[in-house]
Ligand binder design. Sequence first.
Ligand code: ADP
Ligand code: G6P
Length: 474
Amino acid sequence: MVDRSPFVVVANRLPVDEIPNDTPGGRVTGTGDQQRRWRRSPGGLVTALHPVLVEHHGTWIGWAGTPGDVAPEPFELDGINIHPVPLSEDDLERYYEGQSNATIWPLYHDNVEPPVFRRRWREAYRVVNRRYAEAAAAVAAPGATVWVQDYQLQLVPAMLRELRPDLKIGFFLHIPFPPIELFMQLPQRAEVLRGLLGADLVGFQQRLAAQNFLRLAKHLLGTPYHGNVIEYEGRQVKADAFPISIDVGEMERLADNPLVRERAKQIRAELGDPKTVILGVDRLDYTKGIEHRLKAFRELLAAGKLTVPESVMVQVATPSRERVEHYQALRIKVEREVGRINGDFGRVGVPAVHYLHQSYSRSELAALYCAADVMMVTPLRDGMNLVAKEYVAARLDHGGALVLSEFAGAAGEMRQAFLCNPHDLDAVKDALMRAVTVDQHEARRRIGVMQRHLRRHDVARWASDFLTELGATS
Ligand code: ADP
Ligand code: G6P
């Protein structure tokens, strides 16, 4: 049994990866058949919360990444208590792939694909949320702070409050929060809203999302609000915006590493030393506008405004949620488009688009960022988009240009990007051409301004802003 913690993070996934038993290093748990080896997973959220977790002997509750009815025993890794919650195959299908990623994910992203509604998914979502809430109730010390993360766990705040009214509960939504008309489509709408209202502080990426939430509560439950505070069942619930960021220092260190710089040169050489390398890095997700940017590139090639081999595109599309239908359909569409472009414009040994359906290490990603003249981030809707921030932070040479969708949360802060509406193909083409042809002085100015902003607003500040405001709630 893990000691009770004064600070608890609850997220769908744990910040750890299980690695093969024959890999050197890592933290070993269990013995014999049960032996497992773990490593901390890369990522801004865990980096930001790590110092707070270590200082307060904190616990992270989440799924360890392998389906099963029984979770591994809790263990300690790098000063954090890791508390696994089990998810069975059925839970994965209904709670994770179903309700979280086929209902809520598309609905909260402006219905860019139609959400699917199934009663049995809803029930599984409830059951799994209760499991996480019970785990948090069991590990939280009296009066502890519990920070619940993201759309998979929206019922947890209310469930946890019922079990443990003594706790200070925060919730942060990493994805957009939809306008009232869209949210009202959700069959579980009142339950989800009441779930979130169980928190003392509900954090969003953008001000508009917080406003959607305040208005929704009034519309659906008739709860009055003053400023950004809702009066709910004799308590006050605050809703505010906390735009998330990246570990800027980590990306700068990677980009400054001679091995990474050498690798960036090598990538360009392997691409045939083109004049312009255009890069996309996304999970293979239909919200990311991957097809839109491929189409823009194709039309520019067809019009002769860009040519191969002077210009090449690299599209990294990380495998994601592969058993969900919309994701399978997207993969087919993207791969067909890549094939079409390469068929029409590639040359022997020089494809126009290098398509990589793989995961990469942080240093390989940094090398790709450093190698790219233009980064294309064109989501149809995105809570924030950390790739856009990572690219800017990696350009210590002040080179490169960022094409950024107006519908990414990052566009609220990164006004010096080449902003565009991804639904307007001509606007995407125009932004891409402006980025390709921008003069060096102007490009450096733009990147410089965005870098200064990022240095002042990194993920550690995001976490401390949220926790300070949570601490100040009554
Ligand atoms: P989302 O959270 O929707 O996937 P973000 O852009 O906000 O989108 O965050 C994606 C994160 O995943 C970034 O930190 C990025 O570096 C990382 N990432 C994206 N593609 C890969 C990949 N192929 N390999 C490893 N990490 C990746
Ligand atoms: C987005 C979500 C996260 C999620 C991540 C990866 O960033 O906001 O909650 O963890 O995508 O998706 P996955 O389904 O693989 O956890």
